[in-house]
Ligand binder design. Structure first.
Ligand code: GCO
Ligand code: MN
Ligand code: MN
Length: 397
């Protein structure tokens, strides 16, 4: 058997990395950095060389907290030159509302109005920066928006404050005329004991309560739903079906652990395969359209690595995505799979009566002769279907 060549990433694949991901220095709660920080302009050069499409950033990944206006402008201008020189774009920007101790009890949900005001101000500046760099998505990840001592505030008040902040910032974007949409990123815990709006599903419900829901979608992350033991693919599918998948954070994660941020495809190949299959729409149009936004890897190299290992990590994320895409295409083109997935015929003509309720359709449904025992005896072939999937993932077919 000849194996297909390992595909090389190209800008058309829309792969992106955050400055904070490949720039991660290996610091963790138990230990100091194990490698040096990499200059943002060098990150741009290296990512472009590897075939990535874009680079994302928090305000303070590029401009240090508290920098003067002159320093900010100089740093941003150098960065823009690097982007232009290497043909990389900035599809997404965000603000760091979690590192500085001022945010120790939240940003938008803090009990202190001065903290909330500071968070709004910092966000407006980060939105300006994102717009200046050409970003079309602005992410909100509320890492500190949560509690340990839960009696400190009414969780309903936290939601109201979060809503007020997002409505305020939507107003800002509209007033400035920026072509920017917001993507809300859920996480159940870490760094807080519990974080408000812990899953993508919570976020989707919350978005409908905002003043401008059309400007707001989600940025689900593999690790975050997996930490909670949820099926990430189902969460992403719900977001896609609602037209709300604006951005996605890809990485690897084992259920029940802290946020591991592992190389995409290095854990849970089944979920990774099913995710890529969903995003790429390889199952065909009858399942719904593919996702065409950025494919962002929010992950970092193991703490054991030096800079060379960081680029191995980045290459690995993109390679695994492309290989899974090949496998998903082959799986969905496999005649046996197609046969197993073929929609069941509707010899009794029931489907039209189920599209919408009417007294006539209900009469038709009541009149139809349906034999539940005969249906229950029929095997569905899912053992075979799933085994075929495993064989495709393992490259045996
Ligand atoms: C995390 C989050 C962050 C966010 C980032 C962009 O668990 O630390 O995933 O990496 O995605 O702050 O908003
Ligand atoms: Mn993330
Ligand atoms: Mn994360």
């Amino acid at each position: 058997m000849t194996l297909a060549p390992i595909p090389a990433p190209r800008p058309a694949d829309r792969f992106t990395f955050g400055l904070w991901t490949v720039g991660n220095t290996g610091r963790d709660p138990f230990g100091d950095p194990t490698r040096a920080a990499i200059d943002p302009c060098r990150i741009v050069e290296k990512l472009a060389g590897l075939g990535a499409w874009g680079v994302n950033l928090h305000d303070n990944d590029l401009v240090p907290f508290g920098a003067s206006a002159a320093d900010r402008d100089r740093i941003v201008s150098q960065f823009k030159h690097a982007l232009a020189d290497h043909g990389l774009r900035v599809p997404m920007a965000t603000a760091n509302l979690f590192s500085h101790p001022v945010f120790k009890d939240g940003a938008f949900t803090s009990n202190d109005p001065a903290v909330r005001a500071f968070a709004l101000r910092k966000s407006m500046d980060a939105i300006d920066l994102g717009a200046e760099l050409g970003a079309s998505t602005y992410v909100f990840w509320g890492g500190r928006e949560g509690t340990e001592a839960d009696a400190c505030r009414d969780p309903r008040e936290a939601l109201r404050r979060m809503r007020d902040a997002l409505d305020y910032l939507c107003g800002y974007v509209r007033d400035r005329g920026y072509a920017l949409r917001f993507a809300l990123e859920a996480k159940p815990n870490e760094p807080r004991g519990d974080i408000y709006l812990p899953t993508t599903g919570h976020m989707l419900a919350f978005i409908q309560t905002l003043a401008h829901p059309d400007m707001v979608g989600v940025n689900p992350e593999v690790a975050h739903e997996s930490m909670a033991g949820l099926n990430f693919v189902h969460g992403v599918a719900q977001a896609m079906e609602a037209g709300k998948l604006l951005h996605i954070d890809l990485n690897g994660q084992r259920i029940g652990r802290y946020d591991q941020d592992l190389r995409f495809g290095s854990e849970d190949l089944r979920q990774a395969f099913l995710l890529v299959r969903l995003l790429e729409g390889t199952a065909g149009d009858q399942f719904g359209p593919a996702y065409d936004g950025p494919l962002h890897f929010d992950a970092h190299a193991y703490r054991t690595e030096d800079e060379e290992g960081v680029w191995d990590f980045a290459r690995g994320c993109m390679t695994n995505y492309l290989l899974l895409k090949q496998r998903a295409r082959q799986f969905d083109a496999d005649p046996e799979v197609r046969q197993l997935l073929a929609e069941h015929a509707d010899p009794m003509g029931l489907c039209p009566h189920m599209r919408q309720y009417s007294r006539e359709s209900a009469t038709e449904l009541r009149r139809a002769v349906i034999d539940p025992d005969a249906i229950a005896r029929r095997g569905l072939g899912y053992e075979r279907l799933d085994q075929l999937m495993v064989e495709h993932i393992l490259g045996a077919r």
